[in-house]
Design a binder for this molecule. Structure first.
Ligand code: ATP
Length: 133
């Protein structure tokens, strides 16, 4: 099986640095299934589910906003935040959802865009945690 090097960085440093079979990731425009020798590109990625297939095994992650660079010799992903499905703290995500929802119900003197983005991140984590795959 052909593989490619996937490197993932967060504001805290290197999160992932391994050879993988495939990366499935949502850019602002498409869901991309990236295999070895994919055409080079740069794209913004959405708050969404991401999948890494390594040694034939699929693993799911929640990602926040980021930037993807598919290069000739590998893939680099910079993301604001990433958690594997099993690392998602569901209570924390539900609390974040409640906080953002309450703020948006009384949107005086709040940063609506910030609260909306927080809600999207929380909903994404909850959906991935509750998803069966
Ligand atoms: P919160 O308000 O709970 O911090 P948030 O969406 O504002 O949520 P982020 O700014 O996206 O949080 O992430 C900050 C850090 O906390 C990142 O390292 C991220 O991986 C981690 N993180 C946030 N929420 C969770 C969660 N529910 N489970 C595990 N890690 C989380």
């Amino acid at each position: 099986m052909k593989t490619f090097l996937l490197e993932i960085y967060t504001p805290y440093g290197k999160y992932f640095d391994r050879y993988v079979d495939e990366l499935v990731i949502q850019t602002e425009e498409y869901v991309l299934g990236i295999l070895p020798n994919h055409a080079p590109l740069v794209a913004k990625v959405k708050v969404s589910k991401m999948e890494i297939i390594q040694n034939g095994q699929k693993k799911c992650y929640a990602i926040a906003e980021g930037l993807l660079n598919v290069k000739k010799d590998g893939v680099v992903l910079l993301v604001d935040a990433i958690e594997s499905k099993e690392d998602i703290d569901i209570d924390r995500a539900k609390q974040a959802k409640d906080r953002a929802t309450k703020r948006l119900e009384e949107p005086l003197n709040i940063d609506i865009e910030r609260a909306t983005k927080a809600l999207i991140r929380a909903n994404n984590r909850i959906a991935i945690y509750e998803n069966d795959d």
